[in-house]
Design a protein around this ligand. Sequence first.
Ligand code: GDP
Ligand code: MG
Length: 446
Amino acid sequence: NLTQRLAKVVKTMRGEARLTEANTAEMLREVRLALLEADVALPAVREFIGKVKEKALGEEVLSSLTPGQALVGVVQRELGALMGADLGPEATQLSFAQQPPAIILMAGLQGVGKTTTVGKLAKYLREEKKKKVLTVSADVYRPAAIAQLQSVTGQVGADFFPSTAQDKPVDIALAALDWAKKHYHDVLIIDTAGRLGVDEEMMKEIAAVHGAVKPVETLFVVDAMLGQDAINTAKAFNDALPLTGIVLTKLDGDSRGGAALSVRHITGKPIKFAGVSEKLDGLEAFDPTRMASRILGMGDIMALVEEARKGVDAKAAADLAAKVKSGGKFDMNDFKAQLGQMKKMGGMSSLVDKLPAQFQQAAGGANMDQADKQVRRMVGIIDSMTPAERAKPELIKATRKRRIAAGAGVQVQEVNRMLNQFEQMQTMMKKLSGGGMMKMMRSMKG
Ligand code: GDP
Ligand code: MG
């Protein structure tokens, strides 16, 4: 499972102040695999990984993050940018010609959702933009295609310009344009034929329609379920037509939508809309950031990082850090607070494997089944101490040890072991600066 794999890498990289070739290599390998699993075409994957590397190397790691988390941040940001986040929300807007009607030409293979999208766009333009919309079908190869467009147009209450399979696509488009001008339509949407594969004749035909009516928007419709092949299809259409935008359909399916990256890689054109249902209200403005998370399958990772932040009682950590930094001594009360913190974050068994190696030893070896019980006993031992003993554990000599052991219902050796562990922890605390402390507390779960 990808999320688990990434989570593992996020955890193993920590305690380093800068992203380097070495501490990002494994993570980048996972990202590359994630993209390939999402069916992103190889050239697009290569370009993206190269870009992330360039941006990430040398980047400073905030003290509140592990390098793994920092790299996840870079990957998300760069993929978001590649998806169009930097273009701003205007990128998802349609252009309208100065002189109506604004013509929208639909392009793409058969079955990707062109005709359905015409219906969705007509509905959106009528209801949201208050436009008077006319649709026309230049799909003269399948008579059913014309009837299908008539049906969806009727469902959304737009106007339909009838055509027949005997007409030529260019003539159909010009006749519809003429009609739209005469009847003051704001928008004319031209649906076209698609083939199962890229086809020379089809490309010539749609290029001819484009040349005849000069659409203000030429939208390439692509199925999000399309895998590696998306890149070839996008290239063919991009070479044949000056595309102005992309519509990514069938995002309600379970594909990760790697086609989005492939298509952006080849065309550089903004993805304007996402189709999210067969129904005619299933059209959304494209959301680059959400798409980036989906492609990486990293929604869970970010949630995990968030969860970790919440799990650590930030104030307690900050108080302790301030105390240690200002020369204050790490005492039994602090130790108990830390043990409590660990319990809050899911118990020793889930935590010990995430701790730095030194702490793993301090936690008493590999038997994690025993670890949680041990933590509870340690807390019990601390509870049996007097406030003076907790503040100054060096007071605890033989007599006091016996009393504490009896109070906690444990053997004296266990009190000794616990005091040893405390001392190790105390030494560790002395070494850590305030920032280091915060980082350690957070990295326990990160
Ligand atoms: P065209 O050949 O490009 O015109 O494709 P159609 O518009 O006829 O759509 C082909 C199939 O895909 C139909 O069954 C549509 O209902 C379906 N479809 C189109 N867009 C979407 C979408 O966003 N989500 C889902 N689930 N199905 C869609
Ligand atoms: Mg169609």
